[in-house]
Design a protein around this ligand. Structure first.
Ligand code: A3P
Length: 293
């Protein structure tokens, strides 16, 4: 491994030595007909959550029973370092999986195994506005003992702004993937759009996957992937999976599922400080977010 890469990995993982299985991740062999769903944490990708659920339903032509049968411990293998999902070494699962495979990752773009670029594998990236991600990440960190302790919300916001959280800087993550999207088949989606107009976003996914589904099936997918329905489904939010590592009395994966919850958490001064820093970090990019809806 090049020294610079080790440095980057350690910065993203926060802890030295967690990158033990890094070589095998870096050398992972993607295939042209794989699909990768990528996001920064808490943007409605990970877990068995939203985007995965939508893609799963699309791939099963809206047949919920088939999707539920497909619920396994690692339905869509997570290309990550082992410590994240503890006993779910996504790599081994991914290698065993029949094609076409759907996998997910929180890897920042510069650490994605090169075979994905070489094989021109399709990637769906989901981004969510920074303040809502920070709030969601804070609550998950409180409830999930494998994550670094968040401290107070004020302390956590500070760590988030400085990229001192697991998976590193949100700013670099969303910008890095954004910059890659015109050079590679990447469908870049926004949580806020999915909330506002799920049909339109599902249609984008269908087009990207070169699939055609009837209006009736699309409506069924919208219904089954709505927050309320997914929250009722014990298999859809890590609630059953992470029973021992997430304290549900504190928070859960399917927490609120809304846009703008940051307003219930950030003080005016926290928000101003965040905005000022945000402007500097996001200067010069064409990537914009809606955090006011
Ligand atoms: P909140 O903590 O704000 O509620 P991830 O899956 O990447 O960990 O992201 C989790 C966030 O996505 C949580 O946000 C969760 O509630 C939200 N989410 C999951 N499924 C959702 C859905 N069907 N509709 C809206 N939000 C959803």
């Amino acid at each position: 491994l090049q020294e610079v890469q080790v440095k980057e990995i350690n910065a993203v993982l926060l802890t030295k030595g967690m990158s033990d299985n890094w070589e095998s991740i870096w050398n992972f062999q993607a295939k042209p007909n794989d699909l990768l769903i990528a996001s920064y944490p808490k943007s409605a990708l990970s877990g068995t959550t939203w985007t995965q659920e939508i893609v799963d339903m699309i791939q099963n032509d809206g047949d919920v029973r088939k999707c539920q049968r497909a619920y396994t411990y690692v339905r869509q293998p997570h290309l990550e370092w082992k410590p994240w999902l503890l006993s779910t070494p996504g790599l081994e699962e991914a290698e065993k999986m029949p094609s076409p495979r759907t996998m997910k990752t929180h890897l920042p773009v510069q650490l994605l195994p090169p075979s994905f670029w070489k094989e021109n594998t399709k990637i769906i990236y989901v981004a969510r506005n920074a303040k809502d991600v920070a709030v969601s990440y804070y609550h998950l960190s409180r409830a999930m003992s494998v994550l670094p302790r968040p401290g107070t919300l004020d302390e956590f916001i500070d760590k988030f702004m400085n990229g001192r959280v697991l998976w590193g800087s949100w700013y670099d993550h969303v910008k890095g993937w954004w910059n890659k999207k015109d050079k590679h088949p990447i469908l870049y989606l926004f949580y806020e759009d999915m909330k506002e107009n799920p049909k339109q976003e599902i249609q984008k996914i269908l087009k990207f996957l070169e699939k055609d589904l009837s209006e009736e099936i699309i409506n069924k997918i919208i219904y089954h992937t709505s927050f309320d329905i997914m929250k009722q489904n014990p298999m859809a939010g890590y609630d059953t999976i992470h029973i021992n590592i997430i304290d549900h009395s504190i928070s859960s994966f399917m927490r609120k599922g809304i846009t703008g919850d940051w307003k219930n958490h950030f003080t005016v001064s926290q928000s101003e400080k965040f905005d000022e820093h945000y402007k500097k970090k996001m200067a010069g990019t064409t990537l914009t977010f809606r955090s006011e809806i």
